[in-house]
Design a protein around this ligand. Structure first.
Ligand SMILES: Nc1ncnc2c1ncn2[C@@H]1O[C@H](COP(=O)(O)OP(=O)(O)O)[C@@H](O)[C@H]1O
Ligand SMILES: [Mg+2]
Length: 504
């Protein structure tokens, strides 16, 4: 149904698409796989009319396609679910779906018709939504279902899903895949974008791999392995599980006692956590998102004041300190909300890389900044963590999301802090970078940092941690040894099964 031929797209300093050809048959899922910045979104934005290609042509059902804006694409039956949702928070589901539809009747009647059709689509495809609910009240998984319904309402035959699983829990991913398989079996064409190899293998019919804007391979999913795909993505053999020696933990560096933390809306999100992390060990915190992990991390970093309890970093009580003071006690922090808590978008890459230690004497020469040393340090970080940026003086806002993440992680992992709290350290970064981040975490451990790693990715939790604490509804369900525990055991604890308690 779709043929893109010889697509080339240049941005200042970047060849985002380099003579790319890509096609889709009805009834298949053709996946675009590639590291951050490989050119996946660019190719799809060209198809959807958000960017104009410099060269190449696009055919839909054999006819040349002339698309200049998304409304053209929608008219041709192309739908796109973006990485960042495009819904209006203050409107209801039905109002959002109705937005932009041509209507002849009064709004009132139209909305009833729209609601009825939404319920119908929701029924057919297992996309649970309430047409009258407001977008702002919804979790991200629900908002995504609304986006899909919106596209189906417009009868999209070709559906582009740009990293749809990035924001979902494992259970929501399973649900989404059931829907996507059904859409595929209906004879629609699906373009799936992801860099999670197990997902790609589970869903795809065919897989095309992009690297630096070029196609490096196009294979049938049958017979592909995680290793073979990773190699095409990165351009070299990749270790998918980190090498790790036995931990030799020593003194307690992070001591959390009876910690209680409130959510924004006042209810208790962390409900009496006791946890210790020693120098030289990595404690992984596993759990489904929203079970208090983020509140725990924010409380440690001084971004949120606990209602009760104590947090000691290298012996110093940090409850009541502001984030800068907490850092002063020896904390490095990779926040989950990296864009909000981790970077200043107006600052350059090198300024962001130096945000936490611009007072350090190694960068000062007779009281003046030693730009030679600073540049060398920043250049090294950019290379080690493969942060794709034109120059060190480029403002962070010009980088892709994945590259901003790598920049923040490079900064936080470059020192030897007493304690490192790393929340979702590899979420949204590519395999090559994830491999390097895991290696750095283990190196930092061996340099005697006490590491608390919060992750929803069980492969990561099992591969990197020396001990695994499972969090559920604000409590630690238990602590297990990843060498002997099974994924099923941890999965059950993540679902709240096995809590030792009386009543409730
Ligand atoms: N609007 C834009 N202006 C300048 N450069 C861009 C723009 N959009 C994307 N790029 C660059 O093009 C390259 C490919 O980006 P993108 O298609 O978003 O990659 P992916 O989706 O695979 O992560 C990156 O180097 C990115 O920085
Ligand atoms: Mg993208």
């Amino acid at each position: 149904m779709l043929e893109m031929k010889g697509i080339t797209k240049r941005f200042p300093g970047v060849l985002a698409s380099d003579d790319v050809s890509f096609d889709v048959y009805p009834g298949e899922v053709h996946t675009l796989l590639g590291e951050n910045g490989a050119g996946k979104s660019t190719l799809m934005k060209i198809l959807y009319g958000l960017y104009e290609a410099d060269e190449g042509e696009v055919l839909l059902n054999g006819e040349p396609l002339d698309i200049h804006e998304p409304t053209d694409a929608i008219e041709h039956g192309i739908g796109m679910i973006h990485q960042h949702f495009m819904l209006v928070p203050t409107l209801t589901v039905a109002e959002n779906v109705a937005l932009g539809l041509r209507s002849s009747k009064g709004v009132r009647t139209d909305l009833d018709v729209v609601s009825a059709r939404i319920l119908e689509l929701s029924e057919i495809y297992g996309l649970k939504v309430d047409p009258n609910a407001f977008i702002w009240q919804m979790a991200v998984g629900e908002q995504q279902r609304v986006e899909i319904i919106k596209a189906l309402y417009r009868d999209a035959q070709l559906l582009i899903l740009d990293e749809p699983t990035a924001v979902l829990t494992p259970q929501e991913v399973d649900q989404l895949f059931v829907t996507l398989r059904q859409l595929r079996d209906d004879g629609r064409g699906l373009i799936f974008i992801s860099h999670k190899l197990h997902e790609v293998l589970a869903l795809s019919t065919r897989i095309t791999v992009l690297r630096h804007g070029r196609v490096t391979g196009s294979v049938s999913a049958e017979g592909a392995t995680r290793e073979s795909l990773a190699q095409m993505m990165v351009g070299r053999a990749v270790k998918l599980a980190p090498d790790k020696t036995e931990a030799h933990p020593t003194d307690v560096k992070l001591a959390i006692k009876d910690l209680r933390v409130l959510r924004d809306r006042g209810e208790e999100g962390v409900r009496g956590v006791d946890l210790e992390v020693r120098a030289g060990e990595i404690v992984g915190v596993a759990g489904v998102s929203g079970n208090g992990q983020m509140l725990l991390a924010e409380a440690i970093a001084g971004l949120r004041t606990p209602s009760e309890g104590s947090i000691r970093i290298a012996g110093t009580e940090v409850v009541g300190m502001n984030p800068k003071e907490v850092r002063g006690t020896g904390l490095s922090y990779v926040p989950e909300k990296r864009m909000k808590d981790g970077a200043i978008s107006e600052f350059t890459v090198s300024e962001n890389l130096l945000l936490i230690d611009h007072n350090e004497s190694e960068y000062l020469n007779h009281g003046l900044y030693d730009f030679g040393t600073i540049n060398e340090h920043c250049q090294q970080l950019v290379e080690e963590y493969t942060v794709k940026t034109p120059t060190l003086d480029t403002p962070a806002r010009n980088l892709s999301g994945g590259n901003i993440q790598k920049m923040i992680i490079a900064r936080e992992l470059s020192g030897t802090p007493e304690v490192l709290v790393a929340a979702q350290p590899t979420r949204g970064v590519d395999i090559g970078a994830a491999e390097y981040i895991h290696k750095r975490l283990i190196e930092q451990r061996d340099e005697s940092t006490a590491i608390l790693m919060i992750s929803e990715d069980l492969d990561e939790v099992f591969g990197v941690s020396d001990r695994v604490a499972v969090m559920y509804e604000g409590e630690i369900m238990g602590i297990v040894d990843p060498k002997t525990a099974t994924r099923e055991e941890v999965g059950l604890m993540m679902a709240g099964v096995g809590r030792e308690q009386t009543g409730g």
